[in-house]
Design a protein around this ligand. Structure first.
Ligand SMILES: Cc1cc2nc3c(=O)[nH]c(=O)nc-3n(C[C@H](O)[C@H](O)[C@H](O)COP(=O)(O)OP(=O)(O)OC[C@H]3O[C@@H](n4cnc5c(N)ncnc54)[C@H](O)[C@@H]3O)c2cc1C
Length: 178
């Protein structure tokens, strides 16, 4: 028999809706998740939209924030079949001229492709990687005063990126590529 009353109703089964529903359920509440589409997942849905067997991410596709999410990391998602895939080249960005910028798993390897910006990229990406465990909760959670303000401020507001010498794709490289 279908239950008619719930402590909470969550509308939408995207990652935020599911996280809210799980949190409420973990607190002992009964929860109903209402989803308007025929499948759950919201922006994280994967569907066969071309040929059978070819699965496409129909919205979001790159999930470092899922892998680095303090909340998701508390859940036994692997037990339910979740496996993050880490390709050698995580992302590439083509330009009108010259070679594409590529993002390798290794900060050093990526930095080595950036010419004059090698050190700047190593410093920026190294800082973000080192401080992420301390700033993850404040970055992904509700707005509050950060618990590690000195680590949080540069990553949250891009203070590092505002320094001209730290532009990943610097004026010098743009001129060189033209
Ligand atoms: C084109 C695009 C690309 C993106 N790429 C990335 C990426 O690569 N990596 C990344 O981390 N993020 C990416 N994002 C962002 C990510 O998809 C969203 O941050 C995330 O999906 C938000 O989750 P959510 O649960 O808030 O909402 P959604 O995922 O949008 O889920 C909302 C759900 O609510 C349902 N719904 C809405 N209204 C109702 C209603 N009235 N009744 C019933 N159901 C309802 C919808 O059908 C949907 O399933 C991308 C977003 C877009 C638009």
């Amino acid at each position: 028999m279908t239950k008619k009353e719930y402590d909470a109703v969550v509308v939408g089964s995207g990652p935020n809706g599911l996280a809210a529903a799980i949190t409420l359920q973990q607190a002992g509440l009964s929860v109903l998740v209402v989803e308007g589409k025929s499948t759950i997942g919201g922006g994280l849905r994967t569907e066969e939209v071309t040929l059978p067997g070819f699965k496409h991410d129909i919205c979001s596709a790159i999930h470092p924030l899922a892998a680095g999410s303090p909340f998701f990391n508390t859940l036994p998602l692997a037990d339910f079949g979740l496996e993050f895939i880490y390709p050698e080249v995580a992302a590439a960005h083509p330009f009108d001229v010259g070679p594409a910028a590529v993002l390798f798993q290794s900060i050093q390897k990526t930095a080595q492709t950036l010419g004059v910006d090698e050190r700047a990229y190593e410093k920026l990406a190294g800082f973000l990687t080192k401080t992420w465990p301390k700033v993850a909760v404040d970055t992904l959670g509700p707005l509050t005063f950060p618990s590690h303000p000195l680590d949080f401020a540069p990553s949250a507001y891009g203070l590092y990126r505002r320094r001209p010498g730290l532009n990943i794709y610097s004026k010098e490289r743009r001129l060189r590529d033209c």
